[in-house]
Design a protein around this ligand. Structure first.
Ligand code: NAD
Ligand code: DAU
Length: 340
């Protein structure tokens, strides 16, 4: 059996990856290590919690007493765990440094001592390149992160690289664009806008709405990680992008149109501080290994809209009963766009 440790497996991408990996690989035993922060939810793993090849461990990656032994017995580590929301990092960056940088350091230290470790996938992000005025980022471009989240991810990205260059830890680094799909916490733009619009609550569009993001279906990201576990080259970075660049305004129109909701629900609000204008990835290196996105954005977005519309059991408790989320929403958006 292949022992696979997935950190952050109760979050959005991690939970999709755990489900994907268990169904694809009969010979994988998957351990999820997750602290269950506000973004980590056992509901995301509801259908695999009792799976005979899946074990869930609640714990902090930065706690070496918990994470160390799990890393040391792994054949493969897929490290998703992180604080991930840019807006929260702008308000308070401490947790980002502790988890994204220090937590990654703790895992890498354990990886140095893991006798059977074949692969350590460091899940980085396209945000480490900073805002891209024109053209597309290639893996050798200079890193110019511009917000506390992306700076902490850039620190982790280069720290992981250094553990390959210095100690030979079999690190492979992915830099993915904006993921979308089921189980994404409703602070992120797509689930936030869908779930607001379902309830006829205005959707808060930052600034002029013309910032550009490239959208990648979460399962296409999972397929890329799976390929890189098998065929990635140690010490290398791979961009993972969907090739679907849209302004936020275009994206918002698509969401509202899909739901049959009026564009009058769009509420322009104050811009994000230091808001990166555009991300764009050249994915030629990963395509050279045989990967290509399989989900057309028009299909993926329609399915995502339907998933949130049809699974209010998943998001209503967060938006309507979770006091911490309500407090965050209130202080982020003020009285401009009220949930019910
Ligand atoms: P998420 O916020 O949905 O999930 C993060 C998970 O990590 C949660 O389950 C949380 O409980 C867990 N976690 C946080 N701190 C922890 C700690 N100290 N110890 C153990 N677990 C902890 O995030 P996501 O969107 O699924 O992102 C996963 C990874 O992918 C992150 O590393 C992120 O930087 C990267 N990434 C995300 C995107 C995207 O669009 N969502 C794109 C590129 C890269
Ligand atoms: O690019 C990869 C990154 O994508 C990941 O590394 C991050 O973890 C992930 O959170 C995501 O970051 P973004 O900041 O791009 O995602 P978010 O959904 O927060 O915002 C997407 C765009 O939508 C961005 O330009 C800001 C805008 N936005 C966002 C929110 C939450 C709005 O206009 N209004 C909003 O309320």
């Amino acid at each position: 059996m292949v022992e696979v440790l997935v950190t952050g497996g109760a979050g959005f991408i991690g939970s999709n990856f755990v489900r994907f990996a268990l169904s694809l690989h009969d010979d994988w035993r998957v351990t999820t290590l997750d602290k269950l922060t506000y973004a980590g939810r056992l509901e995301n793993l509801h259908d695999v919690m009792d799976h005979p090849r899946h074990t869930f461990v609640r714990g902090d990656i930065a706690d070496a007493a918990i994470s160390g032994p799990l890393v040391e017995r792994a054949n493969v580590v897929v490290h998703f765990a992180a604080e991930t929301h840019v807006d929260r990092s702008i308000r308070e960056a401490g947790a980002f440094i502790r988890t994204d940088v220090e937590g990654t350091f703790v895992l890498l230290e354990a990886a140095r001592k893991a006798p059977e470790l074949r692969r350590f996938i460091q899940i980085s992000t396209d945000e480490v390149y900073g805002s891209v005025a024109s053209g597309a980022s290639v893996e050798t471009d200079e890193l110019r992160p511009r917000n506390p989240y992306s700076a902490s991810k850039a620190g982790a990205d280069r720290l992981a690289y250094s553990y390959w260059a210095t100690y030979g830890v079999p690190v492979v680094i992915t830099r993915a664009s904006n993921n979308y799909g089921p189980y994404q916490f409703p602070e992120k733009v797509i689930p936030l806008f869908i779930t607001n619009a379902v309830d006829d609550i205005p959707v808060p569009l930052y600034g002029d709405g013309l910032n550009i993001r490239d959208w990648l279906h979460v399962l296409d990201h999972c397929r890329a990680v799976d390929l890189l576990i098998a065929n990635g080259r140690d010490g290398e970075v791979y961009n993972v992008g969907g090739g679907n660049e849209l302004t936020n305004l275009e994206l918002t129109h698509l969401i509202l149109d899909t739901l049959g909701k009026p564009r009058a629900l769009i509420r322009p609000v104050a811009d994000r501080q230091g808001h990166d204008r555009r991300y764009s990835l050249d994915t030629g290196k990963l395509r050279g290994l045989g990967w290509a996105p399989q989900v057309a954005f028009s299909d993926g977005l329609r399915e995502a809209v339907a998933w949130y519309r049809d699974n209010p059991w998943w998001w209503r408790p967060i938006k309507e009963q979770d006091a911490a989320f309500k407090a965050y929403y209130q202080s982020q958006y003020g009285g401009q766009v009220q949930p019910s």
